[in-house]
Design a protein around this ligand. Structure first.
Ligand code: DGL
Length: 265
């Protein structure tokens, strides 16, 4: 049976595209609506209180507009801060994106890993908890960077950024005590897999980069198992949350990734 209800993918900017890709590979017929909270960007520099108030209310409005079957919070910052309040507020399955510390602990040989996220993500107790549960025998170094979020946004708009700047950001992990043994880096912001090649090229030595995209796609497939999909996926829709009339976010990265219908909220 055909079921046209979409999956709603939510982030502040282009980061969620790193989650869209594995979802499309696993569920090629899934209709997708991408919601970008441009007015709230960047979440990485917002307080816990602001995000706990903003994200559940916004997702409620977006769910009314898009009528999704499931919501993917394709943003680590929103997930580690607001996953519980969102689940309480909405009567829909919610898949969060949290730092991939567990898979990183499964592969790290040196038992030293780095968590690279937004400033807001890396200071969260949620991250302490993941580290204690899944990487208790590892040293877990953390570094927050907003600049890297901007680099990912710029890359998808074909704007260049300096290789030296990536090296400087990585120094934030490698220069910490224990950083000389670091062998695995968790990309704990959905923007960062979009610049993984640049990070790998700038790293002082080869390290493994790990993120949650594939795991999230598998989780979505599991939660929608047995549900119908349209014969073929329709073109994607992107909804920008804007400051108000006159605010026109740049839709090019989304159009280039199959989101040709553009709406404003
Ligand atoms: N993509 C978001 C994340 O995964 C953060 C970007 C922002 O700071 O808004 O954390």
């Amino acid at each position: 049976m055909d079921d046209a209800r979409p999956l709603l993918i939510f982030d502040t900017g282009v980061g969620g595209l790193s989650i869209v890709e594995p979802i499309r590979r696993l569920l090629p017929r899934a209709p997708l609506v991408y919601a970008a909270d441009s007015a709230g960007f960047p979440y990485g520099e917002k307080s816990e209180a602001e995000l706990t108030a903003r994200v559940p209310a916004l997702l409620g409005r977006l769910a009314e507009r898009a009528r999704p079957r499931l919501i993917v919070i394709a943003c680590n910052t929103a997930s580690v801060i607001a996953l519980d309040p969102v689940r309480h507020a909405l009567d829909l399955p919610i898949v969060g994106t949290v730092p991939a510390i567990k898979p990183a602990a499964e592969i790290s040989k040196s038992r030293v890993m780095g968590v690279l996220g937004t400033q807001s993500t890396v200071r969260q107790p949620y991250v302490d908890d993941l580290a204690a549960r899944f990487a208790s025998d590892c040293v877990v170094l953390r570094h927050g960077s907003h600049e890297l979020v901007e680099f990912a946004e710029a890359k998808l708009r074909d704007e260049p950024s300096e290789p030296a700047a990536y090296a400087r950001i990585l120094e934030g992990l490698f220069a910490q005590p224990g950083g000389d043994r670091l062998d695995t880096i968790v990309l704990a912001c959905t923007h960062f897999p979009l610049v993984e090649h640049e990070l790998a090229a700038a790293a002082p030595r080869p390290v493994a980069f790990v993120h949650g995209g594939e795991g999230i796609a598998r989780r979505v497939a599991f939660l929608t198992e047995g549900q119908g999909w349209p014969e073929a996926a329709p073109e994607g829709r992107v909804i920008f949350v804007t400051e108000g009339p006159g605010d026109a976010p740049d839709a090019r990265p989304f159009r280039a990734n199959g989101f040709s219908e553009v709406e404003l909220l």
